[in-house]
Design a protein around this ligand. Structure first.
Ligand code: DLL
Length: 441
């Protein structure tokens, strides 16, 4: 095949062909894959079989794509309850890789891949990088953590298969990251957006730039449009949002294209539904709800109707980039991220959006939750820029008021804002921990 994609950034990569399938062809492919994966899970995963039988269903109930809505959901606790290998649909000798995701409590969840699963993963990561305009000749600094976390190895093999040069630097060691970035002529970086903010700060300290860097592939945690603006302004690169989760495959479930307006889901492998999180009912395209994903081709650990807890909406309208695979809106919220302050639902991402609208602060903040006389309270700690910090008390007070106003405007409640000196909030090398929950202390 002629590899024109070598010459033009953003050009076509052959692996991306499924991104552009005519809808009917895509749906035919999806249905065939769905029927086989449901049959496989029914035959090989006792928990899934039991749930199907409880509903009086057999795999032949899936005659068309909408029939998926009849099938039982899978939830995170199913992975915990069957720890470590209870949901595997392949014998151990066919499993060539395990990853694990640390849970908030106790045992992690374990995910498995056959050789064919790894090939699919690599192909969706190639499509991911291609959608960001990367190709052979690019130099990718992969600062996602290598190890049990899926970010490092997932991006790694995709980058290599793309034909790019991959630097497997993993997370952390910020000085070295900046040195490599300059010296190895890095053109793309993969890390969490919060770590990129940290790199920007340290590069500024060292009075160095970002060399040939042109693209960032940032994900694994929610980040706001204002955060994107900050990163792009400070570095001159294009910052793309990448989505994924261990239970489904890892990174490579969805990616933004050059439009940066929603994430295309590789729905020939991961079938999306949006449900009402309370009733479980499937919602139409455009409606906001919980994203539910079904792996259409996974062998080792098929996930049927996995409830991601990520809140988004499907955009069905065509994308100017020409991809026919549907898009989801950027994920700013998880249903389990929410807390209730004085009767108002609050998501951490709303706080970020509000803070970054106000000049004089840095994108480093922490939300501290506490319980006072049985009621939940929230305080927002925000770092201010060194210039503002050395300013008069009066200007700090005015900034504090502006921030409280901005939060009030976005979230709808007045909360305490505490300005802190630059470099006082812990920096993360991977996923940032934005909420410090002291309610049960
Ligand atoms: O974070 C996989 C990944 C690695 C994705 C590298 C992107 C880049 P988990 O550790 O299992 O897997 O966490 C998955 O992180 O359900 C979301 O809540 C959140 N998340 C991931 N990407 C995004 C994103 C990896 N772009 C969980 N925006 C998911 C918002 C995200 N949230």
């Amino acid at each position: 095949m002629k590899t024109q994609w070598n010459d033009a950034p953003g050009g076509f990569h052959p692996a991306s062909a499924p991104d552009f399938l005519p809808r009917r062809e895509l749906e035919r492919l999806q249905l065939g894959r769905l029927q086989s994966v449901v049959a496989r899970a029914f035959e090989r995963v006792p928990l899934f079989r039991r749930r199907m039988e409880e509903k009086g269903l057999r795999p032949d109930a899936v005659k068309a794509l909408p029939d998926l809505a009849k099938l039982p959901f899978t939830v995170k606790t199913d992975l915990r309850d069957t720890y470590p290998f209870g949901l595997f649909a392949s014998p151990m000798e066919e499993i060539v890789r395990l990853h694990a995701s640390s849970g908030t409590t106790g045992k992690p969840i374990v995910v498995a891949y056959t050789d064919a699963d790894l090939q699919v993963w690599t192909s969706v990561m190639v499509r991911t990088f291609a959608a960001c305009g990367l190709h052979k000749g690019d130099v990718i600094q992969n600062a996602y953590g290598y190890g049990l976390f899926t970010g490092g190895l997932g991006a790694h093999y995709g980058g290599e298969a793309l034909g790019a040069t991959v630097i497997p630097i993993s997370g952390g060691n910020t000085e070295r990251q900046l040195m490599v970035l300059q010296d190895f002529n890095v053109t793309a970086i993969c890390c969490t957006p919060s770590y990129m903010v940290h790199l920007i700060e340290r590069a500024k300290d060292a009075k160095i730039g970002f060399g040939r860097l042109k693209v960032g592939v940032f994900g694994a945690e929610p980040w706001s449009e204002s955060m994107r603006h900050h990163i792009e302004q400070e570095t001159g690169i294009k910052a793309y949002d990448i989505y994924g989760l261990s239970e489904i495959i890892g990174p490579g479930v969805g990616i933004e294209c050059a439009q940066q307006d929603g994430l295309h889901l590789f729905e020939d492998h991961f079938y999306p539904e949006i449900i009402d999180p309370k009733t479980g009912a499937v919602l139409p395209d455009g409606a906001e709800g919980e994203l539910v994903l079904t792996t259409l081709s996974k062998q080792a650990m098929p996930m049927i109707r996995y409830r991601t807890r990520d809140i988004t909406a499907i955009h069905a309208e065509p994308c100017p980039c020409g991809r026919t695979i549907r898009r989801i809106r950027r994920i700013g919220r998880r249903s389990d991220d929410m807390f209730i302050i004085r009767g108002v639902n609050v998501f951490p991402s709303q706080v970020e959006t509000a803070l970054l609208q106000v000049e004089g602060t840095l994108p480093h903040y922490q939300i501290v939750l506490s319980r006072v006389k049985g009621l939940d309270e929230m305080e927002v700690q925000v770092e201010v820029t060194p210039e503002v910090f050395s300013d008069t008390i009066g200007s700090l007070e005015s900034l504090q008021r502006k921030l409280a106003d901005a939060i009030d405007h976005v979230v709808g409640i007045r909360v305490k804002v505490h300005l802190v000196a630059p470099r006082t909030i812990a920096r993360s090398e991977g996923k940032a921990k934005r909420v410090l929950d002291q309610r049960n202390i």
